[in-house]
Design a protein around this ligand. Structure first.
Ligand SMILES: [Fe+2]
Ligand SMILES: [Fe+2]
Length: 474
């Protein structure tokens, strides 16, 4: 077993550039896969002896040296469709470098381990070996033999570790969110060009989100509460997927159906790609004519999703019905059915909450999260499914993560997590004292502190409080 692949922020200038040009982003373990993928491509394109290849190798080597601390090693393994290091899934790399994953698998390489002291030539040999056609590699006795024959000592490869039952891989919520945004953007792009939607990636992201929700509900809620500060469809789609999963996870639904519900959330507004941009991005209220066009997006969406196979087909239904309302008072008119589909009713609440609380439309004042949950409860039974409305508010808490609230002591706090037992007693980060002076923030669990009570939700903008800063410290 390798030493923990501690990833220091290397002091060297990154990417072989001068300090001024250096990328700000610290190296991450997944970067090793990126540089290998790039080196393989360059070598295949130019041939091993080309100067471009040599410089790519040096760059790759520099990155590796930054990642593998002295005396340590970095071990990347494959499990099913994912790369992982230690027990953390490299989600972005698993999505983006899928071709590399398949190539490695074809060459029976399931583990790549880099040891401190790895040399540029060894990296070159690795790339050479990985670029051999699988049949030729087998004739050489497999990748491990081929490397040994070339004198490579600081890189070892092996077959994928047998997946033990207890292999519990975890996904970092921020990675999942970032990967999700990218996938949402890609889906939008594909839909706008009439290309087939790449559902494999969408499924992987939803799978990862679901794992996170099952492990730590509040972590992901916190991240999705940051959404209001980035304004685009990708954020909205992803937030709706997260919120829909948070609700659905409380229903008695199997995992395959949960994934389908997440996908339905992710894809519900895909039809907007056919709404002209000037309407979509208009910074003022829509005219009645523009509204007619905008209101076609459910029909467009259904058309785009009409061929999804299997359980994912509910995404087609949810796209079509998500503005229809529980009492069918919305649009489009949907025939004789009494209610929209269960999945639609889930997605609809998630959609309303995210749209109402985000700052996407400049001519609308966004609702505070607590106002939005109140509205959902008020309209339970008419606009929203009454049972699901309650489930939603239970999942989020009456004061959802990211709400700013005033306590009876006059202090102000930001909600970090919903209360475990009581809707009105979440975990807070107190940021102002009763004189409304900023203080060194501290965390209080209201379920453990019966003395203090929330009196109301407060508009963060009016109070001059930047929620982002407080939510990121979680
Ligand atoms: Fe919509
Ligand atoms: Fe929406």
């Amino acid at each position: 077993m390798s030493e923990a692949a501690a990833v220091p922020t290397p002091s060297r200038s990154l990417w072989g550039q001068t300090e001024g040009e250096a990328r700000r982003r610290p190296l991450r373990p997944g970067d090793v896969l990126r540089v290998i993928a790039r080196a393989r491509r360059t070598a295949a394109l130019y041939g091993a002896g080309h100067p471009v290849v040599a410089s790519t190798m040096r760059e790759a080597h520099g990155i590796l040296a930054g990642l593998v601390a002295a005396g340590h090693s970095l071990r990347v393994a494959i499990h099913e469709d994912t790369f992982y290091v230690e027990r953390t899934v490299l989600l972005e790399e698993s999505l983006q470098l899928y071709a590399l994953l398949l190539d490695l698998r074809e060459r029976e390489v399931g583990v790549l381990e880099f040891h401190a002291g790895v040399e540029v030539e060894e990296l070159q040999h690795l790339v050479e070996v990985l670029n051999l056609p699988p049949a030729e590699l087998r004739r050489e006795g497999g990748a491990s033999h081929a490397l040994a024959r070339r004198g490579v000592r600081h890189i070892t490869v092996g077959p994928a570790p047998a997946a033990p039952e207890e292999l519990r891989l975890r996904v970092d919520p921020r990675d999942a969110y970032r990967a999700g945004l990218r996938v949402a953007d890609e889906l939008t792009f594909q839909a706008s060009r009439g290309l087939p939607l790449e559902m494999r990636k969408a499924r992987m992201v939803v799978n990862a989100l679901l794992d996170i929700i099952m492990e730590d509900r509040a972590g992901l809620l916190g991240i999705s509460a940051l959404r209001a500060y980035d304004e685009d469809t990708a954020h909205h789609s992803l937030n709706v997927a997260v919120l829909a999963l948070l609700m659905a996870e409380r229903l008695n639904v199997d995992r395959a159906r949960l994934i389908a519900i997440g996908l339905a959330g992710l894809l519900h507004d895909i039809g907007k790609v056919r709404v002209p941009r000037e309407i979509l991005l208009k910074a003022a209220a829509l005219t009645p004519e523009e509204q007619v066009v905008m209101r076609r997006h459910p029909v467009y969406g259904a058309h785009l999703l009409r061929n999804l196979p299997g359980l994912a087909r509910v995404a087609f239904i949810a796209a079509f019905e998500h503005h229809a309302n529980y009492d069918l008072s919305g649009y489009p008119r949907i025939g004789t059915r009494r209610f929209p589909h269960l999945v639609t009713r889930i997605v609809q609440i998630a959609d309303f909450f995210d749209a109402a609380t985000s700052a996407r439309r400049p001519y609308h004042r966004p609702l505070a999260p607590a106002e939005a949950t109140r509205f959902i409860l008020d309209k339970a039974g008419t606009i929203f499914d009454p049972v699901l409305a309650r489930i939603f508010v239970h999942a989020l808490g009456l004061y959802p993560v990211g709400s700013l609230v005033e306590l009876d002591t006059g202090e102000l706090g930001v909600v970090l997590r919903p209360g475990e037992r009581e809707l009105t007693r979440p975990v807070l980060r107190v940021v102002q004292n009763r004189f409304r002076d900023p203080i060194a923030p501290y965390t209080v669990d209201l379920e453990e502190d019966p003395e203090r009570h929330i009196v109301r939700a407060v508009d963060p903008e009016a109070a001059g409080i930047d929620l982002t800063a407080h939510l990121q410290v979680q």
